[in-house]
Design a protein around this ligand. Structure first.
Ligand SMILES: [Zn+2]
Length: 229
C-alpha cells in the first residue's frame, strides 16, 4: 500500500516502497505521473483525492512505473518509449507527447522535455506554475540504472546537458527514486559522473541486480549501475 503525502494544495506524492509517483491537479484536469511498482489501484487512490478527470502521463515505462496503468484507456508518453512499454506488458493507447508539447491541466501547464538515455523515450516534465521538474529516473540521488537493454549513456549525457538549458524554469526536482526533492545542481554532478564512467576514470564494483551482472559506480551524490564492457 503506497503512502500518500500531500506536497501542496494541488500536488500529492505516492511513496511505493522505493518508487515514487505523483498526482498533479489543475482547475480542469488532474494527471497521475507514473503509477508505481505495486499499486494496481493507483487510479482509485487518486480519485479519492480529486473529483477532476484523471489522465495518465508516464515519464518512462520501466516495470516499476506502470503498475496501475491498466486502469487507464490511454497514456501520454513519448512515442520512443512505446516499445519498452509493450515489452513490459503495458496496455491501452499511447498518446504521443514530445518535447515542446504542453499538457494543460487548467492553470497548470506541464511542459514536456525529451531526455532519452535511461530509456529511449524518457521524458521530463516542467510544472511551470510550481517551478518544479519531474525527472523520472534520470535525475535522482539513488542508483540510476544504465545497464541492460535500451539504455544509452551517451544519450543520457546529451540529455542531461540539454536539461541544463531549462534550469531557470524550475527551483527543485521531483525524482521517482531517492530523496524528495533534489536540487538543480544534481544535474551537473550526474553529467560529471557519467562522463567519468564513460572515460574509464572510475572503477566499478561488480554487483548482481535481479540476476544480472552489472558494474556499480558510487559517487557521493548518486550511483550508476552500468553494463560490464
Ligand atoms: Zn525506476
Amino acid at each position: 500500500m503506497a503512502e500518500i503525502i500531500r506536497v501542496n494544495d494541488d500536488t500529492w506524492r505516492f511513496e511505493d516502497d522505493g518508487v515514487r509517483f505523483f498526482l498533479f491537479c489543475g482547475t480542469e484536469k488532474a494527471a497521475l505521473i507514473d503509477t508505481g511498482m505495486k499499486v494496481p489501484d493507483a487510479k482509485k487512490l487518486a480519485t479519492e483525492l480529486t473529483d477532476l478527470p484523471i489522465m495518465l502521463i508516464n515519464t518512462h515505462a520501466d516495470p516499476d512505473h506502470i503498475s496501475g496503468n491498466a486502469a487507464f484507456d490511454a497514456v501520454y508518453m513519448s512515442p520512443d518509449e512505446e516499445d519498452n512499454y509493450r515489452a513490459n506488458g503495458g496496455t491501452g493507447n499511447v498518446i504521443p507527447v514530445r518535447e515542446g508539447d504542453v499538457i494543460e491541466l487548467g492553470g497548470r501547464p506541464l511542459h514536456i522535455v525529451d531526455i532519452p538515455g535511461h530509456t529511449p523515450g524518457s521524458i521530463a516534465i516542467i510544472d511551470e506554475k510550481n517551478r518544479v521538474l519531474v525527472s523520472g529516473d534520470s535525475v535522482e540521488d539513488g542508483n540510476i540504472f544504465m545497464f541492460g537493454e535500451r539504455r544509452d549513456i551517451d544519450k543520457y549525457i546529451e540529455s542531461m546537458r540539454h536539461l541544463l538549458k531549462f534550469t531557470e524554469q524550475f527551483d527543485e526536482i521531483y525524482a521517482m527514486h531517492g530523496s524528495f526533492p533534489v536540487k538543480n545542481d544534481l544535474i551537473e554532478k550526474l553529467i560529471e559522473g557519467a562522463m567519468r564512467i564513460k572515460a574509464g576514470k572510475e572503477e566499478g564494483t561488480p554487483v548482481d541486480v535481479f540476476g544480472k551482472s552489472a558494474l556499480f559506480y558510487k559517487f557521493p551524490y548518486a550511483g550508476f549501475l552500468c553494463d560490464i564492457k
